[in-house]
Design a protein around this ligand. Structure first.
Ligand code: UGA
Length: 446
């Protein structure tokens, strides 16, 4: 009998995982406690923008035309407990309000709600990003609460998907990491991931703490790489160097690699910022805080970028934002996503607005979420309309459509041809040739 899978939590991670498991041939039941999400997903609609996900969902969700019918959704833990052999926990683990630590309440609730319904052997697999030590604690709780007792096992299987590439990353992971305490759990997870393993995805088996740490250390490394290049941008600005050339040149060294060396206004989103903070908090609890003090610097370099962008913009408009119109291109924390959580772009837009400018924002997919978070900013339905009458245009999220803008046409709409590239993603010559003053972070003025 093929394994039956449940996926608890249907955000970016869970919705993608559920659809991907159906694509791999399993029968899948997705669970969420938010009824609106269940209603949307059951109709084959995705509550967020993620390229390719809606198609994948429609291919499998019960009732969609021509679908395999292998995927459906519920809000009942009882149903999930009866249905599944393997239960993936994909709920979010946000930063605690007013603290660095991770808020585990959704993970704890998921385990505590599911466990009493596990009457037969089952594997509960955590995918959420959690502080090291959580899996040990949750395994004990599971054994305590599940009627199946020791036959209800826990495994930890961190997820490395990137928003914007979630479908690809889930179906073809660059590695599969499983923290297990028994051969049986390992075997079940090898069965779940038979297809990607056969396609060559490395399968790394570890204990619980290592599996948990792989995730937080990977995100810390990525954050460090971005802050490293942003620190170099600061030095380049002071010394008259060009950080884009510098990144290209060091990136040719295979030990360094060219990815994640794009200097700009820094990292945001629902993962990197809160993960490095939760990691520091956890290391503190373990008495290993010294090992991670560098992450404090990584965080502050990153946060400094936003302030620096605001300063550059203020300088560009003549020293004060009062009475100035500023167009902001981009609101999401990165392109190909509608996610505005801790978005550097929106943070910069908000700061400039607070300093007296009239800020108009356009984003290809993030307008709804941006409006909900920052209702006081003005929003325009296109880049052109946002740029109308602007004294400066700020490019803050590197959507492809912004790279394809026509600087000549846009130049006719603005009050002043000034563009600040917060992502080092536009072609300076192209803009300068059209009469724009182009300024970017960590690059020479002209
Ligand atoms: C990140 C990790 O890359 C994933 O591997 C991980 O699974 C995920 O967090 C998670 O923990 O769930 P994601 O948050 O989707 O994925 O975004 P990234 O692609 O890592 O980008 C993060 C931020 O860094 C963005 O704001 C992006 O604009 C910025 N960035 C990225 C730079 O400023 N420079 C770069 O060179 C690269």
């Amino acid at each position: 009998m093929p394994l039956k899978i449940t996926v608890i939590g249907t955000g970016y991670l869970g919705a993608t995982h559920a659809a991907a498991m159906a694509e791999l041939g399993f029968e899948v039941l997705g669970l969420d406690i938010v009824p609106e999400k269940i209603a949307m997903l059951s109709e084959g609609r995705v509550p967020m923008y993620e390229p390719g996900l809606e198609d994948l969902l429609k291919r499998h969700v019960v009732g969609a035309e021509g679908s395999t019918g292998r995927l459906r959704f519920t809000s009942s833990y009882e149903e999930a407990g009866q249905f599944g052999d393997v239960h993936f926990i994909c709920v979010n683990t946000p930063q605690k309000h007013g603290e660095y630590a991770c808020d585990m309440r959704y993970v704890d609730n998921a385990v505590e709600s599911l466990a009493p319904h596990l009457h037969r052997p089952a594997l509960v697999v955590g995918k959420s990003t959690v502080p090291v030590g959580s899996a040990d604690r949750l395994a004990a709780r599971l054994a305590e609460l599940a009627p199946a007792g020791a036959d209800a096992e826990l495994a930890w299987n961190p997820e490395f998907l990137r928003e914007g590439f979630a479908v690809q990353d889930t179906l073809h992971p660059d590695r599969i990491v499983v923290g297990v305490t028994s051969d049986r759990s390992e075997k079940v997870l090898r069965d779940v991931y038979t297809t990607p393993i056969s396609e060559g995805s490395p399968f790394v088996v570890t204990d619980f703490p290592t599996a948990e740490l792989v995730k937080t250390s990977a995100n810390s490394f990525l954050a460090t790489k971005i802050s490293f290049i942003n620190a170099m941008a600061e030095v380049c600005e002071a010394a008259g160097g060009d950080v884009v050339k510098l990144a290209e040149a060091i990136g040719y060294d295979e030990r360094i690699g060219s990815k994640f060396l794009r200097a700009g206004i820094g990292f945001g989103g629902g993962c990197l910022p809160k993960d490095i903070r939760a990691f520091m908090a956890r290391a503190g609890e373990l008495g290993a805080d010294q090992a991670l003090t560098f992450l404090r610097e990584v965080d502050s370099i990153n946060m400094r970028r936003r302030g620096h962008m605001v300063e550059l913009a203020r300088e560009a408009v003549g020293g004060s934002f009062l009475g100035k119109r500023v167009a902001v291109l981009g609101a999401t924390f990165k392109p190909d996503s509608d996610d505005v959580r801790d978005s550097p772009a929106l943070n910069v837009a908000g700061q400039i607005q607070l300093q007296g400018a009239q800020v108009t924002v356009f984003d290809p997919k993030g307008m709804g979420n941006a409006r909900a978070l920052f209702p006081t900013l003005a929003y325009a339905p296109s880049a052109q309309e946002a740029a109308q009458g602007a004294h400066a245009v700020l490019h803050l999220t590197e959507w492809r459509e912004f790279r394809e803008l026509d600087p000549v046409g846009l130049g006719e709409l603005v009050a002043e041809r000034r563009i600040l590239d917060g992502r080092n993603a536009l072609d300076p010559d192209y803009w300068r040739d059209a009469g724009w003053a182009y300024r970017a972070l960590g690059r020479p003025m002209a």
